[in-house]
Design a protein around this ligand. Sequence first.
Ligand code: SF4
Length: 355
Amino acid sequence: MIAITSKEKIQSKLLQWFKKSKRDLPWRKTRDPYAIWVSEIMLQQTQVVTVIPYYQKFLKSFPTLHHLAKANLSTVLKVWEGLGYYSRARNLHRASQIVLIRFHGKIPDTLKDLLTLPGIGRSTAGAILSFVFHKEAPILDGNAKRVLSRLFAVSESPDKRKTEQLLWKISESLIPKGFSNPFNQALMDLGSMICTPKDPQCHQCPLKKHCQGYLSGKPERYPLRTVKKAIPHITAVSAVIGKGGKVLLCQRPPKGLLGGLWEFPNWRIKGKRRARLRLRLRNTIKKEMEMNVEVKESMGTFQQTYSHFKLTLHVYYCVAMGKNKKGRWVAVGNLHLLPMSRIHRRIANALSGGR
Ligand code: SF4
């Protein structure tokens, strides 16, 4: 598929560049399989600069796989709070328990076994196999996809199964024998530092002489992007129900979006109708939570953009008038102890600061 001479040149140029230019990252200073695994999970969908402080905090809180497996999910989510994509934290926690029981605490060193763990797909498995066990396993994260698509002018969208399979083959066939670890890391660094999505710095790139995308004069057109649909906008109303210095919180179901996080009770508003919102909120609380409240003043409107939708949340302070059957009362001063999504944390902060 790739001419041997050009393959060898790509390999040696990329490795030489990596030796001089590699990023100084905390997970590159350890050989601990668990720490490297944590970093790879955090790096899914998140940039290095954001990950670093979370990685350090996470390892301080759960220094070994055993600590993580034995921890309570709520504690894990609290440490993860702010990093987003919480299913990663839930899967990591669950996977650590599986490793402890099924693999006797040792992170598996085969693709087949790694793929049985929640949260580990083929690229993360490839990263673990090459970085930890020095196996010749390919990776195909977002950076690698972009670099390889440009290098070989792959004109179809990588979202198509056939194109993805082709990129996997290219990634696998490029690995130099015995050097999978630095080569895969180099691919990631090149994609992150030089071959960036919008403005690739081809003049600084060690591979420019071999890059078909660069030679075509328009490297940015690779990889082909599928036009994304506009994301829906959801409007909801939330109640901060207070009673004697405490507020009522609900925990989301363990699976699904923001699973396991705590939040102020909230309901979606159908359509754009905001009329009589206070009255509707009072009736909804009565029906859904079987409690009477007096809806007081608005605490404002909060916005948050998630990967699949935008949320506008109208928040009202309410006073409990009777007993509740659902939720948990939490002292305002203790709200920081529970894991919350970004938007509910902002409401909690507004409450702590202003009340
Ligand atoms: S030459 Fe440009 S497009 Fe090609 S790999 Fe390097 S930075 Fe990317």
